[in-house]
Design a protein around this ligand. Sequence first.
Ligand SMILES: Nc1nc2c(ncn2[C@@H]2O[C@H](COP(=O)(O)OP(=O)(O)OP(=O)(O)O)[C@@H](O)[C@H]2O)c(=O)[nH]1
Ligand SMILES: [Mg+2]
Length: 398
Amino acid sequence: MEVGVVGKPNVGKSTFFNALTLLDAPMAPYPFTTTVPNRGVAAIRAPCPHVEKGVPCSPGNAKCVDGVRWIPVNLVDVPGLVPGAHTGKGLGHRFLDDLRAADGFLQVVDLSGSTDAEGRPVAPGSHDPAEEVAWLEEELVAWIAEILSRDFARHARSTELDGKKVEEFLAQRLTGLSISPFAISTALRTVPVDRSHPARWSEPERVALARELLRVAKPRVVVANKCDRANAETAAALASRIEPIPSVPTSAEAELTLRRAARAGLVRYAPGDPAFTLPDANRLSAGQRKALDEVQAILARWGSTGVQSALERMVYDRLHQIVVYPVEDENHWTDSKGRVLPDALLVPAGTPASEVAFRVHTDLGQNFIRAIDGRTHRALAADHPVEPNAVIRIVARK
Ligand SMILES: Nc1nc2c(ncn2[C@@H]2O[C@H](COP(=O)(O)OP(=O)(O)OP(=O)(O)O)[C@@H](O)[C@H]2O)c(=O)[nH]1
Ligand SMILES: [Mg+2]
């Protein structure tokens, strides 16, 4: 699972990225601070089944803290895009190629309206963040259309000569873009192109296909950042202007402050929580105390910093992922070495049991006999969809 962080310059993309990964990507109050993509690992929360089992777990890939599993998700932060980036404005848009594998885009905008379209500081409230949602979509469409069009005529002609299916042709053009066959067939159904003659597809037809592919294959969530300098009315106005794209008000700066303070042992705070506590208030300098007071006020006003929810909104609600726990012993929920619930996997909702087996190991998938639900002890056939949070054993031919 990979999520891309995109948006115009100076809105807080790298701050948001650092808050979720605790890395140190450069951040600064001017445009184009980021010039090369930053990659890191964030995590989303899931209730750990060890709590209902009443035995401690031994997590491998996803740590467990107080009954909450933190499931890793790859995050990529890129340079800022400006209107016209596909024609070379700003830093252009070639760096978007580093987001080819992204399953969805978190678009960070400046809810406080204190940066113009190019990311230059302006008076708060003087720029409407809804505008950048519209033009950023055009930039993403232009990027996919360009990938689709690279060396198009030659490939299209050879497709026609070889009598290859148009779905196959598009899949090849879009290799590595994490666009499913489902998205491709949906786009071909929606956009009335001549299926037998891709070489005749016009530029506007290719752009229309790119737009549809983006809509189906790359869900977006808008991260309405700098909410510490905005109010609930502005957040509601943005939400209604950009419907149906969901938006989450965030203060990436507050989240980064809290996570760094928690790492230093100055506060107790679990990402996404509505509050934090101070284990030893005497350890704080006057500056630290002031910064934490400000964060406290943001939490009181908004309920949380929103950063953790924004990522979870993407992975759970927009990408429809669920967590499953494969085990080898359906009674004790252990692997062959006796470790309880060692692995937590993200899979799309509705994934059949046999597909989960493939995700664990190709051999298990190929030799699948049945799966067994660790709670009900019922057998699941190959095509049976796994439940969210399922603990399952795969039974395979030896
Ligand atoms: N008030 C406020 N400022 C923020 C917040 N998040 C980031 N900033 C500030 O916004 C400025 C830009 O932050 P960056 O994270 O560098 O922004 P970016 O979008 O990565 O910028 P580029 O890499 O130049 O595209 C910095 O001065 C941050 O401190 C926030 O939640 N609230
Ligand atoms: Mg940046």
